[in-house]
Design a protein around this ligand. Sequence first.
Ligand code: NDP
Length: 463
Amino acid sequence: MARDYDLFVIGAGSGGVRAARKAAEAGARVGIAESDRIGGTCVIRGCVPKKLLVYASQFSEAFEDSAGYGWTLGEARFDWPTLIANKDKEIARLEGLYRANLERSNVEIFESRAVLAGDHRVRLEALGQTVTADTILVATGGRANPHADLPGHEHCITSNEAFHLERLPEKILIAGGGYIAVEFAGIFNGLGVDTTLVYRGGEVLSRFDMDLRRLLHAEMTNKGIRILCRTIFERIEKRPDGRLRAHLSTGEIEDADSIMLAVGRLPNTDGLGLEAAGVELDARGAIVVDAYSKTAVDHIFAIGDVTDRLQLTPVAIHEAMCFVDTVYRGRPTRPDHDLVATAVFSHPEIGTVGLTEDEARLRHADLDIYKTAFRPMRHTLSGRSDRMLMKLVVEPDSGRILGAHVLGPDAGEMAQLLAIPLKMGAKIADFDRTMAVHPTAAEELVTFAGPTERIRAGESVAA
Ligand code: NDP
């Protein structure tokens, strides 16, 4: 008997929407269920609203910097509710576009939580309806880790609530040292909030190149963000006046208007009926998939953050396209997770692709490091002391560039373009013979006189 759909997608985030649309365009009958807003984390409560807040927070420095360029401005005032209302309007517009695109591709939308309900069946809880599908794609994404083992965690916010605060706090403490923690520290600090980052490790952004991490820490501190490393919250309590009191592992006590937890994201797999269906989960609760995003059950696939491969929007979209190629276009395609560029929209920004120096040292006894740190031209007249860092990690025998790391204005934009030559296998000689674009910051990447450090047999030797 024919089932209701060729494909039923659970979760209308970046990955789910792309898979649904492309499968429908390839001729499949497709349904999609979403229990929240269409667009998922990236559009509704992640990348997009975050970047808008980042832009907002950058004006304070721009106003200050303008003086060196001859401008005199009146008193600058900031209104948080205006920013949030305008941001919400833009997010609603994007949500509408996502919905319209699904409808245009003839994907049937169900506004309901959906759970697996036995052989090829999906139960739509809000609608009291069960549908059947030949293939089921789980694209339910992730959620902020609530840090449930922290006493008093219920008084804290996560990035979800940060986008909807009624008032900007005067003082905030942020737990974590990853993407979200450093990005929001920059946002709040730029908007004038007294901001402290509380991080358990020795240096922020543990998965990035150490030179970038150190300089980011220094620059964030210069901008007035207090960073407490090797420190965790032991307990949070709510005071009678409504403010929060944090007890830190160092014995210090910190009061604040708001405490934000940014200690990672968990895959959304609870209560979906996955185990009963035979879908395997890993120790973190993420869905285990093969190289083609297929789960332990032949007709159930999973893509995006729920599989916890690389928690990045473009990766989820790529996995969606590979899934459609594999299942609906007769072209089995494995997602390629190698050399994925990424940006952290911290102040200053980070853009990176490929191996960090530490990762490269584990794989290669010999390396050439090309590194430069300088004050970007825009700050000559502004008087600001911010430095910019560019670094290439090179395999000397082949000349191949293994990693490229940038900290400073527009680093994310640079990482996108650096990803192309690195993916093509570019060598340092290719960069050297590329004409500079002058005056830019990026020209530093093609004007190195030679390595700034040579590592031979694991030891640093004179450059
Ligand atoms: P991250 O994994 O980047 O960082 C989590 C941070 O929390 C780490 O510093 C980690 O420390 C710390 N941590 C974890 N558990 C605990 C604990 N029990 N107590 C104290 N600290 C803890 O996660 P985020 O939440 O910042 O972001 C989630 C994911 O979303 C990111 O990994 C990224 O892939 C994606 N993202 C991407 C963005 C972008 O592309 N610009 C922006 C925002 C998010 P440690 O380092 O020691 O493990």
